[in-house]
Design a protein around this ligand. Structure first.
Ligand SMILES: [Fe+2]
Ligand SMILES: [Fe+2]
Length: 293
């Protein structure tokens, strides 16, 4: 019997079907976290993952100050996650209503929607139990990216490239927390681990679609998409790795231009480059010449 190669669309549908089978035994992540272990007496991010780590004026501050910064930076990390997941949920919700899409992808989009909603619920539960009032937080608000996230065509390479970066950039920090579990509050570790487990599938799916779109592009379009994604990557890096000055003020650090110091902090830059190196390498492997760092 003659075998024909599956079409690109059939390959995506096959991948969606395979991932959906892994997603099917769903358990609410917020119900799995042992919340009673959440403690303000421990760090919520490893010290090496703090934006000011390596700056002598910060490293010389009392333990309570450094720990409090880890609480505020972790909550900001979750807040930025809520922002991104909120946009993705909107887009997935609309995509699920498209009767022209293959059944397998519609089903997988619903699995993603359920999982992202589960993450957002888990993040909000963390906020509720953190003891830090939400009005003390510096919320993430990037109007240009919000507009782009809502407007890019759902089937475009740029949309899936943006989704992939939006999943990978925070996920690299999740993985760093898991690797340094002994230095961090066990609830923060559990949250990062539960998030990462689902993200591994979301990332695999995003990569499959992006590969599919890139394979159909000429060299010129690849360069254009790679430039756009490089710009987006830098913007996500600012969001997730470089807090604004207001965060340091609300975290109660002594008055100083901490945000500007974080931007100049070579140890921070090296940390971010280390975290995201594999993401950039994989994007280049898909045929997108990303120019970063
Ligand atoms: Fe998520
Ligand atoms: Fe995700």
């Amino acid at each position: 019997m003659a075998h024909t190669n599956p079409t690109p669309a059939a390959r995506v549908a096959e991948r969606a079907d395979q991932l959906a089978r892994h997603s099917a035994p769903y358990r609410d992540p917020a119900a799995r976290v042992q919340w009673q272990r959440l403690s303000p007496q421990s760090f919520w991010l490893p010290e090496a993952a703090l934006s000011l780590h390596g700056i002598p004026e910060f490293d010389g501050l009392p333990l309570a100050d450094r720990r409090r910064l880890s609480h505020h930076e972790f909550l900001r990390f979750l807040d930025a996650g809520l922002w991104l997941e909120g946009i993705f949920l909107e887009r997935l919700g609309r995509a699920c209503a498209r009767p022209d899409a293959p059944l397998a992808t519609r089903m997988y989009h619903l699995h993603e929607l359920r999982e992202e909603a589960g993450h957002s619920l888990m993040f909000l539960e963390f906020f509720r139990r953190s003891g830090i009032p939400t009005d003390a937080l510096v919320h993430h608000d990037d109007r240009l990216l919000t507009w782009l996230g809502r407007s890019l065509p759902f089937d475009s390479a740029l949309f899936w490239g943006a989704i992939l970066l939006g999943e990978e950039v925070p996920d690299r920090l999740n993985r760093h927390v898991r690797l340094h579990a002994g230095d961090v509050c066990p609830v923060a570790v559990e949250l990062c681990a539960l998030h990462s487990m689902d993200e591994a599938r979301h990332i695999a799916y995003g990569r499959e679609i992006l590969q599919n779109r890139v394979d159909q592009m000429g060299a010129f379009k690849r360069v254009l998409v790679a430039r756009s994604l490089t710009w987006l990557l830098k913007r996500f890096v600012q969001t997730f790795y470089y807090p604004p000055q207001a965060l340091y003020d609300r975290a109660g650090l002594p008055p100083a231009p901490w945000a500007a110091r974080a931007q100049r902090n070579g140890i921070r830059r090296a940390f971010v480059a280390h975290c995201l190196g594999s993401t950039v390498t994989r994007l280049r492997g898909l045929g997108l010449p990303i120019n970063w760092p």
